[in-house]
Every structure is written in structure tokens, then in C-alpha cells.
Design a binder for this molecule. Structure first.
Ligand code: NAP
Length: 489
């Protein structure tokens, strides 16, 4: 057996409920495919609504004990999980490349990034604080305390199979919450392997439950309707997120929503073009363009646009497309045939409306679901890819002349996840911080994600924050207790 087969053999194929690995209640399964070849990697259990009820029972049963487990102990378990993940970084990286398609070097980067949430929240667990103070009238004292929210339901997307799981599980466990996690059906293997790692790290039975399923709506229904559930944390598309928000309203659930983006990447005429080109390549082509933080619209000053376009085109022409396990590959497959169709349709629409194709633009014959890395310039404002999240390796350039125009173009979207700005002017950079309507901004950098920072969006890009000091508060409830003035008794 080769290394890939040995690794795949070691990954669980069952549901993880109440500390036990078991098949689906109706024996149902789903196949997980390699998007680079179309071949089946593994056949795993596909949960039913009954399995969802069992997972919810397990999370609710485990909550009283876990929430009272000393914070230091919870933190140490997360730290052990970080150490184990670091030891097994190569296996997790390969597994993600197999099921999701990203190049191995990027998968290794995700293991590092995803692991940092375990380390960060292992430290934050012991820093859950409250306060004590006299009321202004002097007639009483207020004690403010923090409490674990309760059992949580976590839903993750396929594009960052590990990091989206650790970004939710680590703060939840640090706060004392128990969870049911439902990974995307396209990339469930990483979550199964990660659940086994958490078990080994000492996470008690029922604290983390994993439901893989081909019927996400059906399986989510009983969990969202269960009055013991206190929190829903979702990462995925804005359309699914907004329909889940409606369901969460029934139980007045706490929600965190990490949704879609349409990031502007603004290059001013005073920017270092070398830096802007490096940043553009990272912000656009990381994860084969399939990141919520991917730059979607390149808004470039008209005096530098020709130079910028020529330089990014030269870099894109050098990119090697192929299976992510091959040496030197920087563009793997898109996740599935629908993603290829979408990229092809968006490029065709932009071309029809007058955009100029500088390189790429076509799907690549299978096996696998590949699309050429593409650069378009002179993209008109009414092109669909200016409004829609491209989620593929297509770099679309438009121009501006004045700063006001750049800001108006950048903010012309219902999304508000992240923006990128390249300028050498400090004052202009500060004006952009104040005027761009996004939850995150890269100022002369093309990658913003970091476990110590509060990741999240404005407008239709979401609610709540993951990571940073803020991340754990998404899983905590505040209580205040009023007491009498101890000197008046
Ligand atoms: P998606 O289709 O919305 O799916 C996300 C998750 O929701 C998957 O686990 C999916 O499971 C599940 N799901 C779908 N329909 C559901 C339903 N009716 N009830 C319960 N769960 C349901 O999004 P995606 O295509 O996987 O991910 C891409 C999107 O995620 C992009 O829009 C991207 O911008 C966004 N994203 C945002 C962030 C962020 O932090 N803001 C990070 C990463 C990705 P199945 O697929 O198995 O049905």
C-alpha cells in the first residue's frame, strides 16, 4: 500500500456520538471523492435525523460535567490536541489535499493556522473573567460572571476542512461548551480524523460529536428544534446562513455566522507595485481562489493598471496546475463540476460585457475538475463577477481615478468581510480603515487570517467573531448578580 492508502485506511468512517464510533442508524453511507481524479477516497457513514437526536442527547448529557471541569484542565486538553496535531501535520495536510484538492504546501499552512486556534484557546480558557464593583449610588454591589452557553451546533464548509473546525471547536471547549459538529459532505474526512485526535488528547465522551451526512438539512432540523441547543455557529454561504438564521430564531439561539465575501483589492498609484503583485497573487490564488477572504475585485489606479496587469499575468502564466500532491503545483482542482461551470460562466459573462482576457479563461479536460488560472482586465462594473463571489482562480481588474471613486467601488457590495489596500501613504491608509465597510482589512498585506485576531464580517458577510480575545465570548453568557451594600447590613 502506498502512503495515501495507508493514511486513508487510518481515518475513521463512522459517526462519533457520545464517545463511540458507530455507523448510521439506517446503515446509510456516502462516498468522498478526490476532486483531482474523481475517484472515491472513502465510503463513510451518512447520519440520519435519529443520529442527530442521539448526538444532541450526548452533547446535552456531557455539558454539566464539562462546563464544571476546571478551565486549566480544559485548556490542557486543547494544548495536547495542538501538540498531537503538530506531530501529525504531514498526515493532516495530505488528507486535506486528497479530499479538498489544495496544494500540499497550502494544506501544511492550514494545519499550522488551524492548530493555532487550539493553542490560542488553550491559553484563553484560563482567562475567562468577570468583575465586581459598587453601583454608583453605593447601595449595592454588582458581580458580573461568565458562563458556558450550553450545547452548540457547529456547521463547517469544505474549503478549509481543518481550520474551520478548530476555529469553532477550540473556543467552544475552552468556554466549557459541548458540541455537535457537521462538516461538509464534500470534505468530511479531516473532521473525522480530527475527532479521533481529540479523543486521544483526552476530550471526554459526548463533549465533541461528529455527524457526517449526505442530508445536511434533514439532519440539522431536529438539532435546531431542540430546546437544549443554545448556540449555532455556521461557516458557509450567505444563502444557507440566512436560512439557518430563520430556523435559529425559533429557539432564540445565539448565532455566529461566517458567510460569503466579495473582497475589494485596491491598489493606489503610490503603492509599491512589487508588494501589490505579491499580495494580489496570495489574496487571489490561495486555496485555488476558494476562500471567503479571496480578493474578488481588483480596483487599480488607472496610471498603474497596465503595469500591474502585465506583472500579475506573467506570474499567473508560470503557475503549474495539477493534483495538489505533485511537486510545484500551485493550482489544484476546483471542488466539483459546479464550481468549474460557475467560473466558466462568470468569465464568459465578463468577456461578453467587454472585459479583456489576458490569460487562461477555460476549463481543463478531466479527469478532475480543473480551471485555468485567469486574468481579466477592463472588467465593466455590470459584470456578474463584480457582484458575485467568484470562488475560483479568476483575477478581475477594474480601474479608478480618484480616492473617492475607489472607496465607492470597494463598498459597492452587500458583503463586508475583508478588504485589501495597497498604498505608501499613512494618512490614506488610515482613511481607508475608516471608510471601507469590512470587518477585516489587509493594509499592504495579502493574507489577514491569524488566530489571535477577531475574524468576521460586516453587512451580509456575517455576525460574530472567531479567534482573538473576542472568539471565546461567542460561547459565553454574561450574568450579573446584584448584592446589597455589605456595610449597610
Ligand atoms: P454552503 O453550501 O453554505 O455549505 C456550508 C455548510 O452548510 C456545509 O457543511 C453544508 O453541508 C451545510 N449545509 C448546506 N445546506 C444546509 C442546510 N439546509 N442545513 C444545514 N446545513 C447545510 O457553503 P460551502 O459551499 O460549503 O462553502 C463556501 C461558502 O462558505 C462561501 O460562500 C464562502 O465565502 C463561505 N466561507 C465563509 C468563511 C468565513 O469565515 N466568512 C470561511 C469559509 C467559507 P453539505 O455541503 O454537506 O450540504
Amino acid at each position: 500500500m502506498n502512503r495515501e492508502s495507508i493514511l486513508l485506511e487510518s481515518v475513521p468512517t463512522d459517526l462519533f456520538v457520545g464517545g463511540r464510533w458507530r455507523g448510521a442508524s439506517d446503515g446509510g453511507t456516502l462516498n468522498v471523492a478526490d476532486p483531482a481524479t474523481g475517484t472515491t477516497l472513502s465510503t463513510i457513514a451518512s447520519a440520519t435525523a435519529d443520529d442527530a437526536r442521539a448526538a444532541m442527547d450526548a452533547a446535552a448529557d456531557a455539558f454539566p460535567t464539562w462546563s464544571r471541569t476546571p478551565a486549566r484542565q480544559r485548556g490542557e486538553i486543547l494544548r495536547r490536541a495542538f501538540d498531537l496535531l503538530t506531530e501529525r501535520a504531514d498526515d493532516f495536510a495530505l488528507l486535506m489535499t486528497l479530499e479538498m484538492g489544495k496544494p500540499l504546501a497550502e494544506s501544511r499552512g492550514e494545519v499550522k493556522y488551524g492548530g493555532e486556534f487550539l493553542r490560542w484557546f488553550s491559553e484563553e480558557a484560563a482567562r475567562i473573567r468577570g468583575s465586581y464593583g459598587a453601583n454608583p449610588e453605593g447601595t449595592g454591589r454588582t458581580i458580573v460572571s461568565q458562563h458556558a452557553v450550553g450545547p452548540c451546533y457547529l456547521i463547517t464548509p469544505w474549503n478549509f476542512p481543518l481550520a474551520m473546525a478548530t476555529r469553532k471547536i477550540a473556543p467552544a471547549l475552552a468556554a466549557g461548551c459541548t458540541v455537535v459538529i457537521k462538516p461538509a459532505s464534500l470534505t468530511p474526512l479531516t473532521s473525522l480524523a480530527f475527532a479521533a485526535l481529540l479523543e486521544e488528547a483526552g476530550v471526554p465522551a459526548g463533549v465533541v460529536n461528529v455527524l457526517t451526512t449526505a442530508s445536511s438539512g434533514e439532519v440539522s432540523e431536529p438539532i435546531l428544534a431542540d430546546s437544549r441547543l443554545r448556540k449555532l455557529s455556521f461557516t458557509g454561504s450567505t444563502s444557507v446562513g440566512s436560512s439557518l438564521l430563520e430556523k435559529a430564531a425559533g429557539g432564540v439561539l445565539r448565532t455566529s455566522m461566517e458567510l460569503g465575501g466579495n473582497a475589494p483589492f485596491v491598489v493606489f498609484d503610490d503603492a509599491s507595485l512589487d508588494d501589490a503583485v505579491d499580495g494580489a497573487i496570495a489574496a487571489k490564488f490561495r486555496n485555488i481562489g476558494q476562500a471567503c477572504t479571496a480578493a474578488n475585485r481588483f480596483i487599480v489606479h488607472s496610471s498603474v493598471v497596465e503595469d500591474f496587469a502585465a506583472r500579475v499575468t506573467a506570474r499567473v502564466r508560470e503557475m503549474k496546475v495539477g493534483r495538489g500532491t505533485e511537486d510545484g503545483v500551485s493550482i489544484g482542482p476546483l471542488i466539483d463540476a459546479n464550481a468549474v461551470d460557475k467560473a466558466a460562466a462568470l468569465v464568459a459573462d465578463a468577456a461578453k460585457r467587454g472585459a479583456t482576457l489576458l490569460t487562461g479563461g477555460s476549463r481543463i479536460d478531466g479527469p478532475g475538475t480543473f480551471f485555468e488560472p485567469t486574468v481579466l482586465t477592463e472588467v465593466p462594473a455590470d459584470a456578474e463577477l463584480m457582484r458575485e463571489e467568484i470562488f475560483g482562480p479568476v483575477l478581475a481588474i477594474t480601474t479608478f481615478d480618484t480616492e473617492d471613486e475607489a472607496v465607492a467601488l470597494a463598498n459597492r457590495t452587500e458583503y463586508g468581510l475583508v478588504s485589501y489596500v495597497y498604498t505608501d501613504s499613512l494618512a490614506r491608509g488610515q482613511r481607508m480603515i475608516e471608510t471601507l465597510e469590512t470587518g477585516m482589512m489587509g493594509l499592504n498585506v495579502g493574507v489577514v487570517s491569524n488566530a489571535s485576531a477577531p475574524f468576521g464580517g460586516w453587512k451580509m458577510s456575517g455576525l460574530g467573531r472567531e479567534g482573538g480575545a473576542e472568539g471565546i465570548h461567542e460561547y459565553l453568557e454574561t450574568k450579573y448578580t446584584m448584592t446589597a451594600d455589605p456595610f449597610s447590613a
